[in-house]
Design a protein around this ligand. Structure first.
Ligand code: INI
Length: 160
């Protein structure tokens, strides 16, 4: 029997792509900085010169899947992270944007076998979103950690 688990001790070789939405960038920029802090503290070179990390900005969460798909098809990355924030109170078409982002991101992962971490906050208010992006905790950090786990797990499965 083989047991597979993602590891956090050998992350520095991973190549990671991040797609981040500019809509609600008060929130998404904080998610990105929490995420990069996590990656950096686990050995990923997050400097501007890094060839282990790329960041692509898109207008809104609706555009996350197509850019994640383009990055996945490049085969340059072992794992992708999609970051965004959709706030119900300010968004009459909240359900449409969230459904398209979540279904699209899941499809990209399944179609390409490149895991895409779903780092989209869906909240009722801006206050709740900010609380999850740094005022209380920063879920960007968690998304970074989940990316390291999945990148490591998928790599070990493909080597086995
Ligand atoms: N995009 C978001 O990421 N979050 C939102 O809350 C949001 N609202 O409120 O509408 C939003 N809309 C933009 C959308 O994602 C697309 O960028 C736009 O419709 C162009 O395709």
């Amino acid at each position: 029997m083989a047991t597979f688990e993602g590891r956090f001790t050998d992350s520095s070789s991973l190549r990671i792509g991040v797609v981040v939405s500019r809509f609600n960038d008060l929130v998404t920029a904080k998610l990105l900085s929490g995420c990069l802090d996590c990656l950096n503290r686990h050995g990923i070179d997050t400097s501007a010169a890094s060839d282990h990390l790329d960041v692509a900005w898109v207008p809104g969460c609706f555009e996350l899947p197509i850019v994640a798909q383009q990055m996945a098809r490049s085969r340059k990355y072992q794992v992708l992270i999609a970051l965004g924030a959709v706030i119900r109170g300010d968004t009459p078409h909240f359900d449409v944007v969230v459904a398209e982002a979540s279904k699209g991101i899941a499809s990209v992962a399944r179609d390409t076998s490149i895991p895409v971490i779903f780092g989209v906050l869906t909240t009722d208010t801006m206050q709740q979103a900010l609380e999850r992006a740094g005022i209380k905790s920063n879920l960007g950090w968690n998304y970074g950690l989940e990316a390291l786990e999945m990148g490591s797990l998928m790599t070990s499965l493909s080597l086995s």
